[in-house]
Design a protein around this ligand. Structure first.
Ligand code: KG4
Ligand code: ZN
Length: 339
């Protein structure tokens, strides 16, 4: 069965064709140059850019897969969470194609796509703990089995990727900030500046489960870096590298410590790290080393499936279809869709 996946929840327009679990093509059109000068994603520009890209991206995905629209058996698209204007472009296009060609249509939760992205090239057995860390999200989910996810924690303010992007802006490094900070931090001393680590006390969540929560907070760190740069203007490249490395170490410390504490809490032996920030070299290294010391195995998807893509949406859609889920044409985009 060939499935076409479409993703447009934020600032990447993506389409992919899967045959079974095999990725035949995965095309991503980034909008970085559109948002770069604003230092962050501008929702209205993102929607307009998706409108321009969505059909060429779908066409390219079909071409790379050596498929025609007539060969496609089902369509999956992201319905949320994300920017509502952005989501609507991919979702409406997917529904229109499904309607015109009388194909089954499946709405996919973007977060489930990320949680399953690790399954694209390898088979990771359930249950596993997943740290989902991107520009929009920083959350911990316990994936007990396909379709059963328990949220064990989330950021109470900024997402980790957002903190990277804002710190890069303060440092005058451009957008997106994560890759640049990652690169320049390699020449820096992570202990040069002691930035705060928000270690929130695990607290009980809401009824009915009252489950222990492992939440994150990055806005205090972001402000600390801003104040530091205000009081100590960056002098040279070494100074910038030390600043980047020290900020990054604070982020990574919190991400790893919280993830391993949550893994211990649920008795998870596998930790999956997904989302755009999982491309971070320091996070990848520390996750491997620190988790191994606690007997936890780490699985990180290949880089191209860490950031937003449609292969993970097609995969999640395929599994939903296999379980008999088909969604109606009345399905709407939901900005805060929960998993
Ligand atoms: O998952 P993603 O492509 O989009 C969503 O936010 O859903 O993640 C993008 C985020 C951006 O904030 C970007 O700065 C961050 O991922 N990022 C990184 C790295 N590469 C991308 N952050 C740290 N280190 C990186 N190497
Ligand atoms: Zn994402």
């Amino acid at each position: 069965m060939k499935i076409l996946g479409i993703e447009s929840s934020c600032d990447d327009t993506a389409a992919a064709v899967l045959d079974g679990t095999r990725v035949l093509s995965s095309v991503v059109a980034s909008q970085n140059e559109v948002h770069e000068k604003y230092g962050g994603v501008v929702p209205e520009l993102a929607s307009r850019s998706h409108i321009r890209s969505v059909l060429p991206v779908i066409r390219a995905a079909l071409d790379h897969a050596g498929a025609r629209l007539e060969d496609i058996d089902a369509i999956a698209a992201t319905a949320g969470p994300g920017l509502v204007g952005s989501l609507l472009v991919g979702l409406s296009t997917a529904k229109a194609i499904a309607f015109a060609r009388r194909l089954p249509f499946v709405a996919v939760n973007h977060l489930e796509g990320h949680l399953l992205s690790v399954q694209i090239d390898e088979e990771v057995a359930f249950p596993y703990l997943a740290l989902l860390v991107s520009g929009g999200h920083t959350s911990l989910y316990y994936a007990e089995e396909l379709g059963q996810y328990r949220c064990l924690g989330a950021t109470r303010d900024d997402a980790a990727g957002e903190a990277y992007d804002k710190v890069a802006k303060v440092m005058g490094l451009g957008f997106p900030g994560g890759p640049v900070i990652d690169r320049i931090a390699r020449a820096g001393n992570p202990s040069a500046i002691r930035f705060p680590r928000a270690r929130l006390k695990p607290r009980r969540g809401n009824a009915p489960t009252n489950e222990k929560r492992f939440d994150f907070s990055f806005s205090g760190l972001k402000t600390a870096v801003w104040q530091y740069v205000r009081d100590n203007p960056i002098k040279d490249d070494q100074n910038a590298a030390d600043l980047a490395a020290s900020f990054q170490e604070a982020v990574v410390d919190v991400l790893i410590d919280n993830s391993l504490a949550a893994a211990e809490h649920v008795g998870a032996q596998r930790l999956v790290v997904a989302g755009g920030v999982s491309a971070n070299s320091r996070l990848r290294h520390r996750a491997q080393v620190d988790a191994a010391a606690r007997g936890v195995t780490v699985h990180i998807p290949p880089m191209r499936y860490c950031t937003d893509n449609a292969a993970m949406i097609a995969l999640a859609g395929r599994w939903r279809l296999e379980r008999g889920q088909v969604d109606p044409m009345s399905t709407n985009a939901v900005a805060d869709l929960e998993l």
